[in-house]
Design a protein around this ligand. Structure first.
Ligand code: ZN
Length: 502
């Protein structure tokens, strides 16, 4: 059995290595590659993707998994070997259900669609990208069709990103969340808008970058195993557990952009850096779901990074870095500015209170597109209706409406958005549990110390990688299933104080 397990690990390591090389090419394309390299780079990534798919679906892996089943069943569920075999089997079954020719067609179409979107969005021209989006919808439906037996056609696509979740369970959670959020949004937006002009002065790029790096170093982001570079759309990427990189972007007239995106991506990265090093090169060496991943980025960005205590420590340092811009802005002015709640059009710019309304709109649209109750050509109009109804603001154009997010234009329709909101909910649940175990965490944050929180997250969440599913993890850590109550309580506590809610 040991020989068979080693052979399985060797084969999985090859797949892992090819994927890591692909990630490196992608990182390079998004950071330093000259534009002249684009065509060849697309081809190179396609070649690599095909090689790794061939390796990942080699029938020998299936034979090894079958042979290892008795061994797996003889072990405790949570042993490393049993977990490795279980997760490898899940991925193998997933990969082998989809014909390679379909995957190739999907890859080619996504590259074309993305390219059209990069021109359609600045031109505010939905019609330009509509045929590509219609084809994306067809392909998304076709992909779901390789996984028959679902309740809603979106289920296989949701399950792929957030294993164990399906449309009906996510919809129930989101409806409850929306019903809880709507009155809070209503009450806050009826008040006079907060003045956040202190954030919109000129802040030189180099000083913004230096400040962000200082913050995440204190969080515990390990620069011996990572680095930060500039890009257009910030992301985290990993080439091994010893090389987990982040990217950021700076707006010299918006102080929030770089600082909060740096904290966000560092949260994704610290999750990956904290995975048990013994899992290197195996399917266990990844975060377990998009929701759990987002829970970690949001923890550091929002629960920590937008908290009063955090800025009690860091605001004097920020003022020292920007004395002319912030010297006369009081702590309270700054704290209110970075937590300003407003009806807005753009998901990525939304505040903590209104944020979830954005992914919920998209999630419901995905379900309707997939089940055929909404046609692509009617999407821009329905998008405007939903924003007017749910957020109270009507997009004046499609550029900042239906064309704003890359997801549907560079990827599938289905499964793309629920992770953001699940992440906010899970993040609050985990954070609450950490605070019960260590009530001293808030005082430590206010002193610029993050070790207790970081170590708790490592011990309870990070180290396991993909060993447990999101549902297993949340039950192990918090003692219960996914639950919106801690998140709603957090928002009411924080924004009740800021906005004097009834
Ligand atoms: Zn994220």
């Amino acid at each position: 059995m040991e020989i068979k397990l080693q052979e399985l690990k060797n084969r999985l390591m090859e797949v892992n290595d090819l994927e890591a090389v692909g990630a490196l090419l992608n990182w390079d394309q998004s950071t330093y590659m000259p534009s002249g390299g684009a065509a060849a780079r697309g081809r190179q990534m396609g070649t690599l993707a095909q090689l790794s798919h061939e390796k990942a679906t080699n029938p020998e892996i299936g034979r090894l998994l079958d042979a290892l089943r008795p061994y797996e069943e003889s072990l405790p569920y949570e042993s490393d070997d049993a977990s490795l075999i279980r997760v490898a089997r899940r991925q193998y079954e997933l990969a082998t259900k989809v014909p390679p020719a379909f995957m190739a067609q999907l890859q080619t179409h996504m590259a074309e669609s993305y390219d059209i979107w990069t021109r359609a969005r600045p031109a505010d021209d939905f019609k330009m990208v509509q045929p590509a989006l219609e084809k994306t919808l067809d392909l998304s439906r076709q992909l779901a069709g390789y996984f028959p037996g679902y309740e809603h056609i979106a289920d296989p696509l949701i399950d792929y990103a957030d294993y164990g979740m399906k449309a009906s369970t996510v919809r129930a959670v989101f409806n409850e969340l929306r019903d809880n959020l709507a009155p809070i949004v209503q009450e806050i937006t009826a008040q006079a808008p907060v003045d956040d002009s202190c954030l919109h002065q000129f802040f030189p790029e180099d000083k913004q970058l230096a400040f962000g790096l200082d913050v995440i170093k204190r969080f515990g982001y390990d620069f011996d195993r990572g680095r930060q570079d500039k890009t257009h759309h910030p992301f985290m990427t990993k080439f091994s557990l010893g090389d987990v990189r982040i990217t950021t972007r700076v707006q010299e007239h918006d102080l929030g952009e770089a600082i909060f995106s740096t904290m966000h991506e560092s949260g994704h990265a610290m999750y990956e850096m904290g995975i048990n090093r013994a899992y290197e090169g195996t399917p266990l060496a990844n975060g377990t779901s998009s929701g759990v991943h987002e829970s970690q980025s949001r923890t550091w960005e929002n629960l920590v990074g937008r908290s009063r205590g955090f800025w009690q420590f860091f605001y004097p340092k920020l003022q020292a870095a920007f004395p002319e811009q912030l010297g006369s802005a009081s702590f309270e002015t700054f704290y209110r500015a970075i937590n300003k709640v407003q009806r807005s059009l753009i998901r990525t710019d939304a505040d903590e209170v209104t944020y979830n309304l954005h992914p919920i709109i998209r999630f419901n649209l995905e379900l309707e597109l997939l089940d055929g109750s909404l046609e692509v050509r009617n999407l821009p109009e329905v998008w405007r209706e939903r924003y007017t109804a749910a957020i109270g603001i009507t997009p004046p154009d499609d550029k900042d409406g239906v064309l704003q997010d890359v997801h549907w234009y560079g990827g599938l329709i289905g499964g793309a958005f629920q992770g953001y909101t699940l992440g906010n909910i899970l993040g609050a649940q985990f954070f609450d549990t950490a605070l019960s175990a260590h009530p001293e965490i808030p005082q430590q944050i206010a002193a610029g110390e993050f070790d207790t929180l970081h170590n708790w997250l490592k011990e309870n969440i990070y180290q396991y990688g993909s060993k447990f599913t999101a549902d297993e993890l949340v039950r192990r850590v918090t003692g219960g299933p996914l639950d919106i109550k801690p998140y709603i309580a957090y928002l009411k506590r924080k924004y009740g104080e800021l906005y004097k809610l009834s």
